[in-house]
Write a protein that binds this ligand. Structure first.
Ligand code: HEC
Ligand code: HEC
Ligand code: HEC
Ligand code: HEC
Length: 148
């Protein structure tokens, strides 16, 4: 079992797609679906939607579903971690590819080459994509009821 503690990146595996995450995270999905990230592929001019120079940021997981910047573009490929018993175990989930999403993750795409006004302001941008409140609320309720 100890071997599992070494991160096993799920590189090379097909992404699951946002619809798979939706099954267990419906509230996060609905917020994401209305976001600029979900529309990032559609926002490209038609001739650029197959252009890897654009899709590297606008649809890094490919065109599955609605494409765009998907759950897995930030949280990591879900093939190995997107199971209930894995997700409940913070350490195991991370060993199986779940990534912590910090400022560095955003800067992978939000760099100087993008058509944004001004420098990246993480403290201002992060609240604009909040989508984990339902999960945090459920945890608070469970803790208050003395459940693990
Ligand atoms: C079969 C159900 C299921 C699927 C599918 C699923 N999750 Fe989860 N996820 C959970 C559960 C249960 C938790 C734990 C919630 C808790 O205890 O707070 C969780 C927690 C998380 C967390 C917080 C974990 C932490 O330790 O910080 C993130 C982020 C997350 N899921 C993202 C995703 C993404 C992205 C996908 C799709 C690739 C996905 N999940 C698919 C059930 C699922
Ligand atoms: C390094 C990552 C990156 C690459 C590569 C990239 N983009 Fe973007 N693009 C972004 C980001 C980030 C934004 C959003 C900027 C903002 O609003 O702060 C954006 C915004 C846009 C927008 C405006 C979308 C809207 O809804 O207003 C268009 C159009 C666009 N990009 C087209 C392209 C095209 C065409 C290419 C390929 C030639 C490309 N981008 C390559 C990251 C990238
Ligand atoms: C642009 C990157 C990005 C995308 C896309 C994204 N997330 Fe997140 N997600 C984050 C960040 C950052 C946080 C942590 C926010 C914080 O700590 O304030 C987070 C938090 C979460 C949490 C809550 C973790 C917890 O329990 O506190 C869940 C669940 C989650 N995301 C699931 C999803 C799902 C499902 C999708 C797709 C439908 C998705 N995310 C798309 C960046 C992203
Ligand atoms: C895989 C590339 C990628 C990553 C990673 C990414 N973004 Fe984006 N983001 C984009 C693109 C592309 C757009 C423009 C989409 C459009 O307008 O069509 C965008 C747009 C946005 C927007 C709306 C425009 C704006 O600037 O107000 C916000 C907010 C945003 N991203 C926040 C974040 C945050 C916060 C993170 C990190 C937690 C993050 N993004 C990570 C590619 C990315």
């Amino acid at each position: 079992m100890l071997l599992l503690l070494a991160p096993i990146p799920a590189r090379g595996l097909d992404p699951l797609g946002a619809e798979t995450c939706k099954a267990c995270h419906p509230a996060a999905y609905e917020i994401w679906k209305e976001s600029a990230h979900a529309r990032a592929l559609a926002a490209l001019p038609e001739r650029s939607r197959g252009d890897a120079r654009c899709t590297v940021c606008h649809a890094p997981e490919g065109q599955k579903g609605q494409g765009g910047v998907t759950c897995e573009s930030c949280h990591g490929n879900g093939q190995l971690y997107a199971r209930r018993y894995v997700m409940r175990d913070r350490e195991l989930a991370r060993a199986l590819g779940l990534q912590d999403v910090g400022e560095k993750s955003c800067l992978r795409c939000h760099d100087e080459s993008t058509p944004s006004l001004g420098k990246w302001d993480h403290a201002r941008k992060l609240p604009l994509i909040q989508h984990g409140e339902a999960e945090r609320e459920a945890r608070r309720a469970a803790a208050a009821a003395g459940r693990p």
